[in-house]
Design a protein around this ligand. Sequence first.
Ligand code: B12
Ligand code: SF4
Length: 516
Amino acid sequence: MRALLINPPYQTITSNWGVGHQVPLGLLMVGGALRYAGHEVSLLDAEAMGLTCTQIGEEVRRLEPDVVMTGHAGSTPAHPVCMEMFSEIGRAWPRALRVYGGVFPTYHDEQVLREHDAVDVVVRGEGEATAVALLDELARGGSASGVAGLTCRRSDSIIRTPDRSVVADLDAYRTGWELIDDWDRYQCFGRGRAAIVQLSRGCPHRCTYCGQHAFWKRWRHRDPVALADEIEWLHREHDIRFVTLADENPTTLRDVWLGFLDEMARREVNVEFFATIRATDIVRDADAIARYRQGGLRYVLMGIDTTDPAVIQQVRKRSSTQDDFTACALLREHGIHPIIGHIVGLGDETWAGLRRAGKALALYDGDYLNAMYAMPHSWTRFAQEQAGRAWVQPDQRLWDYRHQVLEERHLRPWQLFAAVKWLELRFHLRPRRLRRLLLARDPARRREAWWTAWHTGLVWLMEIVEFVRRGPTAGRRTAPASRDAPPIPRPRPSSPAQVHPRWTDRSRQERSWPAA
Ligand code: B12
Ligand code: SF4
């Protein structure tokens, strides 16, 4: 079967002005599995190429695939543009089966099929095995309804086939790196070309606002040596210098985590890492933080989430302010940048509470602050607990952690927005932090810090511009009438952009991984 994977044209301020576009790992993993099973696969990264839906439709008509597949990392806010894109593809090339996967459609499968004729099949959960089974079945002349792990239409009804069990051996599948035709599109932190990989899937914790632990069902890990081989190969073949670990919780088993880092250190590959790690695990590994650094770990995002001990309890974070403080200090001492993830709106926000949070965050003395808003994703316990709270943001495109969605009793949306911007500014302009980063002795480090300061500043500014532009609609109160999903606004008109010419280069189909 000829499958076309499309990274949808979902654009964010954080990607366009901040960290940059990153490889669509979910699609690459599905694509690798399909290629390995003998299907012909191509990737169109419409996000990184800045394509419009009309241009995507034209490409699809030209390529005449049997199946078009999409899904996006920013799954909930990307949903409206995925639907707009599928509708356009339906008009341009109606013969292709349209398959949709990822977090949001997994939890809203029936609703998506009910509301959108443009979608034929929703793949629930992990995509590799289900996508292969689906295309194999279609190649045999069968139908989607005979394949486990998906939701589709049969006659006039929507059917959910039985759940598929999770992939037990993560090394059994390989990522379809050869689907990427221009690695220069993907860069991070001013370090050059960047990739994303997973050492593990899942998380043993149960924070109430997070749905990722349930999505992957249970924690599993790859062979650390096989992953180190793959990263070394990416560096050698594609000059990858920066790698993001997409794991929810890579440190779950200390031996596996340190085994991976030791393996990277032994190889002395010039690759640095970004990972999201719990403060409690950093404290657990206090005697081994030097090994984190030797393995190439450079940026650590810690979901500190709140500086209020009562809220830490309420969201079942299973950590403490002391852990958060100690973890930041440990990382800093070893030349690793602590990025503090702070969520606004988990509890009731007040001016006094936000002032206290600002002081506490400054005390932690992390290098960067990633301030986010609480999202009431329907599949989380947090959403159930907040069921009575009104939404100030019904536009699903803005359910992206960067916009307030839940109403605050004590603060109006513009007040909360101003407070968050103030929190970010105050944190990033601390003299101690500025001296440490921007005046670092090592010129390469200094350059990287200036790059990051510039891009962090741009995101900060562009978010203010966007808030002001949205004007009065920036925070309109709506009752939480439906817990299904917010209404989807009418698509915006498309803007012109170029189709990247190299995408038509079929020779890359011949490249394969691994080399050895
Ligand atoms: C790495 C990462 C990023 C990176 C890179 C994103 C990228 N281009 O890949 C960066 C930092 C850029 C980023 C940005 C954002 N991210 Co992000 N990100 C992650 C992270 C840490 C890992 C994602 C990942 O690669 N997972 C591994 C892959 C293999 O999983 P997957 O994509 O889900 O794919 C599997 C299945 O879902 C399924 N599947 C997926 N698509 C499809 C399609 C088909 C056809 C099929 C069959 C199957 C299928 O099969 C895949 C393999 O099993 C997760 C948190 C986490 N630990 O999960 C958040 C996460 C995905 N991000 C999230 C969000 C919201 C965003 C932003 C919108 C935030 C913002 N406002 O800027 C932006 C989106 C911008 C963008 N252009 O991507 C949310 C999504 C939540 C939701 N339900 O909507 C997550 C879950 C974090 C969270 N806090 O909840 N992100
Ligand atoms: S927030 Fe992090 S630690 Fe908590 S359940 Fe989600 S992935 Fe696990």
